[in-house]
Write a protein that binds this ligand. Structure first.
Ligand code: ADP
Length: 484
């Protein structure tokens, strides 16, 4: 059936094919270079959130499995990886990058099937960026002395890495690539709702003939993550996820020698000045909050518009929202795919209700939603109070809260008035305003006249409750090294 967005242009379906690969019915744990059945004996199903169909059965790692993975990583660290000349390590990492590029289409389709994100995003953003991170860090492996002149960089040992479901493969590459380049070995746990591309990465790592145990990939939910965090032989924890779990992790490792980087929640302010190119800014707002279903820690979920252009921005934004296509993630026309899980949809719907109860005005375009699966229309709220929960708390969905401002000082104060500080955006014609704002805003990344742009060379991380430590760029190397 031809798809309709609310501007009523019929769009012929353009689904990406999935005939070129087969998923296994069941995935085991990737430990010591082999696929091992879980000692826990437990499995769980992973589904496609766009149609609620089961994709595969996934092993659930218990404490004994976590222990086996950490032991395999330690053995590989002691006997092979830490002893290997850095230029040799780099060759393996380059090999992973090249294989990822070769298999990009396969990875993109599986990412969209398991995570719900539009194929346009996984094909054009997630997978190419994941490969780019492996290329980038492969290049650093034998140049660590140049990255830190006057220091003697040495690896930390075994890194335990725990990642969320919003960018499954990209987060895995953010974590694995710098760790390997610096000479560490890893145990990575993907999120329970999106294990598949990490498991495909394990297959690819086997194909790249990485020495056994250098990368171990174990699946499971929070208890598996907690067992990894608490394992006494892990030297470093790298975590991306919710602020709540980040705080738990901080508590568990307090008083130990474990190092940690934590990339947690966000509530990014996107600031539009009257002198901005409004049409371009509207596109940036849409990119910042609606593409990817708002499943981005750095999503521009709070919009501050200079009062004189508020009505124009809101009118243009509503018009643009009407042409957004919500639906099958594998369709190349789709702008907004499925919400990742029933639980997450429940959280988003709870906030939609809270927003209305708080007195804000809610707008959603009247687009059709598929019958099965987890879906949310792009949503905006106007008349939002600064103290409103929808303006303060992370929603992690395609929900935008719009407020106005009159002066630069006012908007800086409002933008900084949140427990988070991961990212922000500013749209203006004036370079001086950009520099003024970027020096005063407490956010790890500030985009100027663009939004949600990533590059392996540029560090990413937060202020305040958005976490600490940086990933990406040279800073991302420092997080995996002793620098004496
Ligand atoms: P999100 O809200 O993005 O799902 P979570 O913090 O719940 O974020 O999950 C991020 C990752 O942390 C997932 O891989 C999840 O399984 C893992 N996790 C959840 N609880 C814990 C915990 N107590 N200790 C360690 N890892 C955990």
């Amino acid at each position: 059936m031809a798809k309709k967005n609310t501007t009523n242009w019929p769009l012929a379906p353009a689904p990406e094919s999935k005939d070129h690969f087969k998923l296994k019915p069941q995935y085991e744990l990737f430990i010591g270079g082999k696929w091992q059945k879980p000692k826990s004996g437990k499995y769980f199903d992973t589904i496609n959130p766009a149609n609620e169909q089961k994709l595969a059965r996934i092993a659930e790692a218990g404490e004994a499995d976590v222990d086996a993975a950490v032991k395999a990583a330690r053995k590989a660290y002691d006997n092979v990886w830490s002893k290997m000349p850095a230029a040799e390590r780099a060759k393996y990492i380059y090999r992973i990058a090249r294989l990822l590029q070769e298999k990009a289409r396969h990875f993109a389709v599986v990412e969209s099937m398991n995570g719900g994100k539009a194929i346009r995003e996984s094909r054009d953003v997630d997978i190419p960026l994941a490969a780019a991170h492996f290329f980038y860090y492969a290049g650093w492996a034998d140049k660590l002395q140049y990255a830190f002149p006057g220091k003697n960089p040495t690896p930390l040992g075994v890194a335990g890495q725990i990642i969320p479901w919003n960018f499954p493969l990209l987060m895995a590459s953010w974590k694995i690539a710098p760790a390997l380049a610096c000479g560490n070995t890893v145990v990575l746990k993907p999120a329970e709702t999106t294990p598949l591309t990490a498991l495909l990465l394990a297959e690819l790592i086997q194909e790249a003939e990485l020495p056994d145990g250098v990368v171990n990939i174990i699946t499971g939910a929070g208890a598996t993550g907690a067992a990894l965090v608490n394992h006494p032989d892990v030297n470093k924890i790298a975590f991306t996820g919710s602020t709540g779990v980040g705080k738990l992790i901080q508590k568990s490792i307090a008083g130990t020698a474990k190092k940690a980087t934590l990339e947690l929640g966000g509530k990014a302010a996107n600031i539009i000045f009257a002198d901005a190119t409004i049409d371009q800014a509207v596109e940036g707002i849409v990119n910042g909050i609606y593409f990817n279903q708002g499943h981005v820690c750095c999503a521009g979920s709070r919009l501050y518009v200079e009062e004189s252009v508020h009505d124009e921005v809101v009118r243009k934004l509503k018009h643009r929202m009407k042409s957004l296509v919500v639906g099958d993630p594998l369709d190349k026309n789709t702008d907004i795919g499925a919400i990742n899980s029933k639980e997450q949809l429940g959280i988003i719907n709870k906030y939609l209700k809270i927003g209305q109860e708080e007195g804000a005005d809610m707008y959603q375009p009247a687009c059709d939603l598929p019958g099965k699966g987890y879906w949310c229309r792009p949503t905006l709220f106007t008349n939002v109070a600064q103290s409103a929960r929808i303006a303060q708390e992370e929603i992690f969905g395609p929900v935008l809260a719009i407020q106005t401002f009159r002066t630069v000082d006012e908007v800086i104060q409002k933008a900084n008035n949140t427990p988070y500080g991961l990212s922000a955006g500013v749209w203006t014609d004036k370079g001086s305003k950009i520099f003024n704002l970027t020096t005063k805003m407490r956010a790890g990344v500030i985009w100027a006249n663009t939004f949600n742009k990533f590059d392996p060379t540029s560090p990413f991380g937060g202020y305040k409750e958005s976490g600490y430590g940086r990933e990406g760029g040279v800073h991302g190397l420092g997080a995996y090294l002793n620098l004496n």
